[in-house]
Design a protein around this ligand. Structure first.
Ligand code: FAD
Length: 487
């Protein structure tokens, strides 16, 4: 027999939990179906920035802002060809509601630092959850439990159900390891909040091209299930060929990051955030600057060999994804190591440090940075063949006698990595109207079906930092109200 509730939410990440809390606040009997063993999704591993205008924190800092200014600045982040694809009406409407969402989250006990500047935003707009993005998940989940909402983990939604008259009425999920099929029925609607498709070979191959299929998503669980479920019901998917990435990022350490051990909410989190030296929070998945390669750093694989022209995007990333283990290393000689030790030449940006140099990596990320006085020394530290690495440097220098790039020399070598090519997010989503209803190919709403977060991007381009989480939270908050008939 089917289990019935008011609202079913597919996915217990940021947007799904926000939607569940919002609907439950207005009296709904809510059920979140989450395929993993615990809620969180990409939201739970993100940095945690939330970009918004006219917030109380901006006002306290004496910053005057407006929706119009933010809408104008938001258009300056993506390359023009990508920005041309944006759904301007929807993005402006979202930006007009993001400050209320921040206040709503603060009311639940979530703390933020900032606002911090992020050019080309003309004023500081970035608010960072303390101690990190996991705080969204912990805070929302706790609030949902208090409101009587339920999260059923290990519930992988594999299909949607329809009534005889055509509307979406519920979901079919496979539960637990056994994969038993269970039917869940919703009186008011099914909300797709299943995240992005960065790790869907099918959707990436179909929309970006086969060459990109080997590139991984940072969150390996982001397999575009919600996009595929919507598509099967006749929904229109927009901007599916737009992705953030691929780009090189250092592989995270096997151990849980330092930040993961911090309290994720309440007074303890606020105190820890003030007391701890934030430099230690050099988070994972940092992106090494492309300028390293323009300046002469080389990429090598686990065999110690070069395999691409390091200066060409995205061929470089595609080639990295084709190497054994999909990993690569970046070799800096003595002069490059010195160059990348001071502004304006940094290895990567990093929260709270702002810019991380060679010394920061050698101190804070010894899992991806090693220095030595010889090629043999750095090769040994990463179990690479010293002979192969020496031969690679010799061949590179021979090539550089012709192409004019500086030769790799000296007695101080730095090897960065392992790094991989990753998609960070995908920007394609279900087409939606102003009530978050999924639209079909004729732009008509599909009765009973809603989409939010990355699943329901609706054609928006949310480049820059902080808009994806702001959208996840805002779309979740507003769809919950919408479903319960609250304006
Ligand atoms: C490393 C990293 C850092 C980032 N930092 C920031 C940042 O600081 N600021 C910012 O704005 N953006 C950031 N982003 C992007 C942002 O985190 C995401 O876009 C946003 O959190 C997505 O929220 P969501 O609710 O749409 O999806 P998710 O949080 O991914 O939630 C989707 C959930 O649905 C579940 N699910 C999927 N399929 C099914 C199914 N079939 N059945 C049941 N459940 C299912 C998943 O397991 C998951 O829990 C970052 C991304 C990455 C990768």
């Amino acid at each position: 027999m089917a289990e019935t509730c008011d609202v079913i939410i597919v996915g217990g990440g940021g947007s799904g939990l926000a939607a569940a809390v919002s609907a439950a606040e207005h009296g709904a009997d809510v059920l979140v179906l989450e395929k993993e063993a615990e809620p969180g999704g990409t939201t739970g591993i993100a940095v945690g920035s939330f970009t918004a205008n006219r917030t109380s924190m901006q006002q306290q800092a004496g910053i005057t802002d407006s929706v119009d200014d933010h809408a104008e600045d938001a258009a300056r982040f993506a390359p023009a060809s990508i920005e041309a694809r944006n759904n301007h009406e929807l993005r402006r409407w979202f930006l007009a509601h993001s400050a209320e969402t921040l206040t709503w989250l603060q009311g639940m006990g979530l703390s933020f630092q900032g606002p911090s500047p992020e050019p080309p935003n003309r004023v500081p707009r970035m608010h960072n959850a303390v101690p990190g993005a996991r705080a969204y998940v912990v805070t929302l989940h706790k609030r949902l439990r208090r409101l009587g909402g339920r999260v059923l983990c290990g519930a992988n939604v594999v299909a949607l159900t329809r009534s005889a008259t055509g509307g979406v009425t519920g979901t079919i999920a496979r539960i637990g390891d056994g994969g038993d099929r269970r039917v869940f029925t919703a009186r008011k609607g099914v909300v797709l909040a299943a995240g992005d498709y960065t790790n869907s070979k099918e959707l990436i191959g179909r929309h970006l091209g086969e060459a990109f299929q080997q590139v991984e998503g940072i969150n390996e669980k982001s397999t575009g299930d919600g996009h595929l479920l919507a598509e099967r019901e006749g929904a229109k998917l927009v901007n599916m060929d737009v992705a953030y990435g691929p780009e090189l990022r250092f592989v995270p350490p096997a151990r849980r990051g330092f930040q993961q051990w911090l309290p994720a909410g309440g007074l303890a989190a606020r105190l820890m955030a003030r007391l701890l030296p934030m430099r230690r929070l050099l988070v994972t998945w940092q992106h090494p600057e492309n300028g390293l390669f323009d300046d002469g750093a080389i990429l090598i694989n686990q065999q110690g060999a070069r395999f691409c022209d390091e200066r060409l995007w995205p061929d470089r990333e595609i080639a990295v994804a084709d190497q054994s283990g999909k990993v690569c290393y970046i070799l800096l000689d003595e002069s490059l190591s010195e160059r990348y030790s001071a502004w304006p030449h940094f290895i990567s940006t990093a929260p709270k440090i702002a810019y991380a140099y060679v010394a920061d990596y050698l101190k804070l990320r010894r899992d991806v940075a090693v220095a030595g006085d010889s090629l043999d020394a750095v090769a040994a530290a990463r179990q690479l063949s010293a002979e192969a690495l020496t031969e690679t440097v010799r061949a590179t220098n021979q090539e550089r006698s012709v192409n004019g790039l500086p030769k790799l020399t000296g007695n101080g070598w730095v090897l960065l990595g392992p790094a991989k090519a990753y998609f960070t997010t995908t920007e394609g989503g279900v087409a939606i109207d102003g009530q978050f209803r999924a639209l079909d190919m004729q732009d008509e709403p599909i009765s009973g079906l809603y989409a939010i977060g990355q699943n329901g991007l609706g054609g928006q381009v949310l480049w820059g930092h902080g808009l994806h989480i702001a959208w996840a939270m805002t779309s979740g908050r507003l769809v919950g109200r919408q479903l319960m008939g609250v304006a």
